[in-house]
Write a protein of this length. Structure first.
Length: 460
């Protein structure tokens, strides 16, 4: 048998990618991609751009749901991974203390005042699962509070604090957790009064709909929780590491002090899955209270050398290139350009967000002719107008975006932190062209909308 040749395998079988997924993986994914015209064949990627086999360039305003914070194939992270592979380290022996996890933990903690220890896992949902376990054990209580419309992951524990019913449906019974309205301190205090709450978990800016917590909420919630012997968990899986113009989004609010912080996505540098749960020392010391409990919470691939090297390289690039300040500056420019259009288009209702996490919300128009078209879409399925914008952004302008949640008329933009003014101008120009067509009743766009309606009805 000849040696394994990955390049040859991809050359021989790469064209079968959609058929392979249809036969062996989630068969609905290729079906969905073909339906909306996203069934592209990307050959390579660099920074904020994807390229197909014909050399066409696509602007990535999605960044793999926020994973590609540094853009794709960043040379510093790639070099670090080559170095760690070439070093042939004795990795994952489980009976030693390698330096890379300690170095990455030290660096993360230096950037998060108040946090004192780290657990490394492999994903965002695993970071959340760790925080839930630690909060329950540290407080001796069972119930976790979460906010409506939250997304914290899809494994059983994190799904129990997921505020989106479409993800939860059919997987009950889940853990005994309770939703509270985002920002509602009165409901929070009422639930805490029952005496069984271990923690509140909250995204400082929710990925679904790009909704930020109200000003002062994290600080006030933290005070309430501490008064009742409960913990505050900040889920920074998507908002962390510069996405919102601060290293962590909770740092935007003076006085906010979580007890546990969940990190993942961008820490990977876009290469190796990694998750981290940062927390107070007393919590970790309670969980790992004796040598008998040394393995009470662990992960087989947690703290692996490749993930740790990617994390260290990522934090280095964030600091060296001032990407957090760049995220804030570029995001402000993007939102100001988009917000200036709100008065020009009846369907464009609000532009919101922070840093390079932006939500564009659409709503019911006032004029009779547009209202009729809008109602046609809404009757079939809420969220179709946003999808009607996302698709031509891709098909005509080669810009990758997403609708921010099921049945939401909101487009979410989470581009790599390395974008600048040229990419902002490219997006704004394309978006204005599509909104002009929608506002003027352009035939092709609304014809596509009618096709979406037919597909939505057929899928019921």
């Amino acid at each position: 048998m000849s040696d394994f040749d990955l390049t040859a395998l991809l050359q021989e079988r790469g064209a079968e990618r959609y058929e392979l997924h249809t036969r062996h993986l989630n068969h609905q994914l290729p079906r969905m991609l073909r339906t909306i015209g996203f069934d592209k064949v990307y050959e390579r990627a660099e920074g904020p751009f994807l390229y197909d086999g014909e050399g066409n360039e696509y602007l990535d305003m999605l960044a793999g749901f926020g994973v590609m914070g540094l853009g794709r194939n960043h040379p510093v992270v790639r070099r670090a991974l080559h170095e760690v592979l070439d070093a042939q380290l004795a990795d994952l022996t489980r009976f030693d203390c390698p330096p890379l996890p300690g170095l990455l933990a030290e660096k993360l903690l230096s950037l998060a005042p108040g946090m004192e220890r780290v657990f490394f896992g492999n994903s965002g949902t695993e970071s959340v699962e760790t925080a839930l376990k630690f909060a329950r054990y540290a407080t001796g209580r069972t119930r976790i509070l979460y906010c409506g419309h939250a997304f914290h992951g899809l494994t059983t524990g994190s799904l129990s604090v997921n505020g989106e019913t479409s993800f939860r449906r059919g997987f009950d019974p889940l853990l005994p957790d309770t939703p509270v309205p985002l920002g509602d301190l009165d409901v929070l205090e009422r639930e805490l009064g029952r005496g069984d709450v271990a923690a509140l978990i909250v995204e400082p800016i929710q990925g679904k709909g790009v909704q930020a917590v109200p000003p002062g909420f994290l600080t006030s919630a933290g005070e309430l929780l501490r008064r009742h012997g409960a913990l505050l968990i900040a889920d920074e899986v998507q908002t962390g590491l510069g996405r919102t113009g601060d290293l962590f989004a909770y740092q935007h609010e003076a006085g906010a002090e979580p007890d546990l912080v969940c990190v993942a996505k961008a820490l990977s540098g876009g290469y190796v899955p990694v998750g981290a749960t940062l927390g107070k020392e007393w919590i970790f010391k309670k969980v790992y209270s004796s040598m008998d409990r040394v393995q009470v919470h662990s992960a087989s691939f947690g703290s692996n050398a490749q993930a740790m090297a990617a994390g260290l390289a990522t934090l280095h690039v964030l600091e060296r290139d001032n990407l957090i300040a760049r995220s804030r500056r570029t995001g402000d420019l993007l939102r100001s350009r988009l917000a200036a259009m709100v008065g020009d288009y009846e369907m464009l209702h609000e532009v919101r967000g922070r840093g390079l996490m932006t939500g564009i919300e659409f709503g019911r128009p006032k004029s009779l002719s547009l209202r009729g078209r809008w109602s046609m879409l809404q009757a079939a399925r809420k969220g179709l107008f946003a999808q009607m914008v996302v698709v031509p952004l891709m098909q005509r302008h080669r810009i990758l975006t997403q609708v921010s949640g099921d049945e939401l008329e909101v487009i979410k933009l989470t581009p790599p932190l390395v974008i600048g003014e040229p990419e902002v101008e490219r997006f704004v120009t394309a978006f204005r062209e599509i909104m002009d067509e929608a506002h003027n009743g352009g035939g092709l766009l609304w014809d596509f909308g009618r096709n979406l309606v037919k597909q939505a009805v057929a899928n019921r």
